[in-house]
Design a protein around this ligand. Structure first.
Ligand code: 6PG
Length: 235
């Protein structure tokens, strides 16, 4: 596990954008799972401006989690990526595999799981992403695996229906085994609000069993924590 600390969210997002550009220059097709939340917004804005004309043709885009809403709903993780990155960078729709948030959640979790088995290389009997990037909530959730649904960290299906603990919003999320089966997992975490959980997981290394983010431990790949000083130092 590697930690990289940045002075500002912009420096963090720029560094990860560079990593994505390097990945996109690879010879193979690259399967990437995107995250939702506010942190990726900065990343998308950098990709769509500084790297707008980059050759993204080898990348295939999926999601680590999606809210069960229509694709034109402001809550949609797909809509955020479409507006901030896919449209400005002219990413072809055939390279984008969104979760159909408008569908029945259980049926969609099954459909998306089947899609992953058909589209991605299979390693250890599970779909294997080249890269999954994740955020972490103040409660230690990641993707849409929340502390009250820890069983999703060991769920036998690669996709499951999750429920947001306060809003009750249904989500479709990748589950722990397929996340941990990725070649590269990157957390993008910024802001002082995340410091208490980061302190428990990365500094004190205790009292973190109930935080899903603490259970992201790749079985054969690499894990990198991209953190700004606010999240890592609490300053
Ligand atoms: C979502 C995300 C979620 C997010 C964290 C952190 O759909 O909301 O996938 O897991 O990554 O809540 O969000 P911020 O980046 O906004 O702190």
């Amino acid at each position: 596990m590697k930690k990289i600390i940045f002075k500002t969210p912009n420096a963090l997002a720029s560094a990860f954008a560079d990593q994505l550009v390097n990945l996109a220059s690879d010879k193979e097709v690259i399967h990437v799972a995107l995250s939702g939340g506010s942190t990726p917004k900065l990343l998308f804005e950098i990709l769509a401006t500084t790297f707008k004309n980059n050759d993204w043709s080898r990348l295939r885009f999926y999601w680590g989690d999606e809210r069960c809403v229509s694709p034109d709903d402001s809550e949609s993780n797909y809509l955020m990526a479409k507006k901030l990155f896919f449209d400005p960078a002219n990413i072809p729709s055939e390279h984008i595999f969104r979760v159909l948030g408008e569908n029945d959640p259980r049926q969609e979790a099954e459909r998306y799981g089947d899609l992953l088995y058909k589209s991605l290389p299979i390693v250890n009997d599970l779909p294997c992403f080249d890269l999954i990037y994740l955020g972490m909530g103040e409660d230690g959730h990641t993707a849409s695996i929340f502390p009250h649904e820890m069983e999703l960290m060991t769920h036998q299906e690669v996709c499951a229906v999750a429920t947001h603990p306060t809003s009750g919003q249904k989500r479709v999320t990748l589950t722990g085994p397929v996340i941990n089966n990725a070649r590269s997992i990157v957390f993008l975490i910024t802001g002082t609000a995340k410091y208490p959980r980061i302190k428990s997981i990365l500094k004190d290394q205790r009292d973190f069993e109930s935080f899903p983010a603490a259970h992201i431990q790749p079985t054969h790949g690499h894990l990198t924590w991209y953190l700004d000083e606010a999240a890592y130092e609490g300053t």
